[in-house]
Structure formats: structure tokens, C-alpha cells
Design a protein around this ligand. Structure first.
Ligand code: X2X
Length: 337
């Protein structure tokens, strides 16, 4: 590791970083000091790879660009961070189309239930026309989205009450979901009782039994230690979710082209590493979660998808996204619903 990285990690263990809430280079002033905020623990692959990228960007720019990372909701919850990146108070923010669909509906197109059977389908779509479709929509609301989407993962359901073996087990089930009509509509169509709660409050909402479950990818479940407050994990893979690495448009446009190239190349390279990390951790962490007391099951997904179709979920979202948007999705998923 370079001196800068060692200096940054010399500040303490990942846990100490998580409590400090920031990772900062030595204080020599940079020409372009940029803040990057997100909602995940520093130990999540996204932050591990982002730190590496920030280090490379600083050295390749000769110290001109200094990215300070504020992980773990250090600068506020998702609603606040989204407001801040739109106003330019922070330069970079990563989040999911689930939350970003509040800005422009098109962002949520990849968050349709059971749309992508495999990671191959996901990346063909998101590195292809579907990703370009979403990036264009984000540009329309003043945000620059880097080319390569980061991986959050296939979302799984955890509960404190029992395994989810089929749609009937979700009837009346009080489940935390991101503040997103895409998440809410999916679980309402499955007759559950979804509650939109900011991610910063998920652990306590489970701990206090405000809700009986939540749904997130394996790597999030493990890095946020949800196994401490949940007993079951059902591998439904009901939504593939990714994170757009977003820049405040005007801040990005003010960066000289040569610095933009350094930042974009390193951020996109980090995204590819994050994708590989998440994919391999999905497997290794599943067995680790078992050892941490989480009972795992893998229900057939067909009955969930059939229940969604019967409830009109796909028909409704096709109307919302419009024929062009829906065709852009079905080009990669095949016919949905
Ligand atoms: O809020 C969530 O569940 C999370 C962490 O997956 C997102 O940021 C969408």
C-alpha cells in the first residue's frame, strides 16, 4: 500500500474508521477536495474499493484531486445525501435505483421483481442500453452517473419469525423496505405489509421489532451485522440491485478533462472490482451467516413471480415506465409478467 493508504489505515481498524465516519488524506490542501458519501459500512467492498480508487486518483492527479469518503450515513440518511449531492454540498454519492427513482422514475427500471435470472443478464443490460437509458435520465436531473454500475446484489429476505418458503408466508408480514414505490409495490402485491424506512434506521427497527424482517443482499446483511437481530434468511433473489456512482453535475463539469479521465477510469475500475468482490462474497458469506446463527433456505421463485403477475404488478409497472422503457428492460429480461 502507498504511504497515503497506510497513513489512512494507520488511523485504526475498519471499526475505528466506521466510528470516525471519514477516511481522510493528510491535510495538504488539494485543488479539488471532493466529498463522497454513502450509506454502507466502511468494511463493505464498495468502500474498500472506493478507498483504493481515491488513493490512485490522488497520486495520478499529483495531489490535485482529493476524495474524502464519508461512509455509513456519516453525512445523514439517504434522503439527506441525495439532497446534498443535488445541491453540490457533496460531490459524489452512491445509491440504488430504488431510492433514486424518487428523482426520476427511469432509475428504477432494473429494480423490477425477478427481472434478471443471472449476473450475466444484469451486466449485459446495465453495461448496455438499459444502463445508458438510466444514465440519460440521471443527467436530466443534474447528476452525472459513471459508466459502470456498482453491485449491491440480489436482494434476500431476512426475518425474526420464520423462513419464507412461498408467497403465503409473506401475507401480512411486516417488512422494512427502502423508501421506494418499487419495493413497496412488490411486497404489497405479495400481500405483505411493507414499511419504508431509511437504511440508517434498519438495524434498530429490527432490534425493537418495529418490523419483523427486511430484505437486502447477503453482503449488506453481513457487513451491517443484521444476523444479530434476525434469525432466518430466505434466498428469494427477488430484486437485483446496484448502486450508481453519482457526481453533482456542475461539480463534475468544472473538473478539467484530464482530471475527469483519471477519476472516471479509477472509479469504473473500482466498480468492476466491487462486482467481483460481491459475487464471490455472496457465496462465502452465506456459510459465514449460517455459522453466525442465520438459518438459510432457498425457496422456488416461480410462485412469487406468478403471484406478482396475478396481482397485476408487471402490468402496472409497464404502464408506469411506458412502452419504450419497458421494451428497453425486456430486451434483456425477456417477457415479464
Ligand atoms: O436501503 C437499502 O436497503 C440498501 C442499503 O440496499 C440501499 O441502499 C438500497
Amino acid at each position: 500500500m502507498s504511504n497515503v493508504t497506510r497513513a489512512r489505515f494507520a488511523l485504526g481498524t475498519a471499526a475505528a474508521f466506521a466510528s470516525v465516519g471519514i477516511a481522510r488524506f493528510p491535510a495538504n490542501a488539494a485543488e479539488y477536495p471532493l466529498k463522497y458519501a454513502n450509506n454502507l459500512p466502511l468494511t463493505h467492498p464498495m468502500n474498500v474499493r472506493a478507498l483504493e480508487a481515491a488513493d490512485k486518483i490522488k497520486s495520478e492527479s499529483g495531489g490535485r484531486v482529493e476524495i474524502t469518503i464519508f461512509p455509513n450515513n456519516a453525512l445523514g440518511g439517504d434522503g439527506s445525501m441525495l439532497t446534498q449531492v443535488r445541491a453540490g454540498a457533496i460531490a459524489f454519492y452512491t445509491n440504488s435505483g430504488l431510492n433514486l427513482s424518487a428523482l426520476t422514475q427511469a432509475c428504477g427500471i432494473n429494480c423490477i421483481g425477478f427481472a434478471f435470472p443471472t449476473y450475466k443478464d444484469v451486466w449485459t443490460a446495465m453495461d448496455g442500453d438499459l444502463g445508458a437509458h438510466v444514465r440519460g435520465a440521471l443527467e436530466g436531473v443534474g447528476l452525472y452517473a459513471f459508466d459502470k454500475m456498482w453491485d449491491n446484489g440480489f436482494r434476500e429476505i431476512t426475518t425474526s419469525t420464520g423462513p419464507i418458503n412461498g408467497p403465503k408466508d409473506l401475507s401480512g408480514f411486516k417488512i422494512r423496505v427502502p423508501v421506494s414505490p418499487l419495493s413497496t409495490s412488490l411486497f404489497k402485491a405479495l400481500d405483505a405489509s411493507p414499511v419504508g424506512i431509511d437504511f440508517s434506521n434498519v438495524y434498530t427497527s429490527l432490534q425493537t421489532k418495529l418490523v419483523s424482517g427486511q430484505e437486502n443482499p447477503i453482503v449488506v446483511i453481513e457487513t451491517v451485522k443484521l444476523y444479530e437481530v434476525q434469525k432466518y434468511c430466505s434466498l428469494t433473489n427477488h430484486i437485483w440491485d446496484g448502486f450508481w456512482f453519482l457526481a453533482h453535475g456542475e461539480t463534475w463539469n468544472k473538473l478539467p478533462k484530464n482530471l475527469q479521465e483519471i477519476v472516471a477510469r479509477n472509479i469504473d475500475a473500482a466498480a468492476e472490482k466491487d462486482r467481483n468482490d460481491v459475487k464471490s462474497l455472496n457465496t462465502s458469506l452465506a456459510s459465514k451467516l449460517k455459522s453466525q446463527g442465520l438459518a438459510m433456505n432457498a425457496p422456488a421463485t416461480g410462485p412469487f413471480r406468478d403471484a406478482l403477475a396475478r396481482a397485476g404488478y408487471y402490468k402496472d409497472w409497464k404502464k408506469t415506465f411506458g412502452d419504450t422503457g419497458w421494451a428497453a428492460l425486456e430486451k434483456y429480461t425477456g417477457k415479464l409478467g
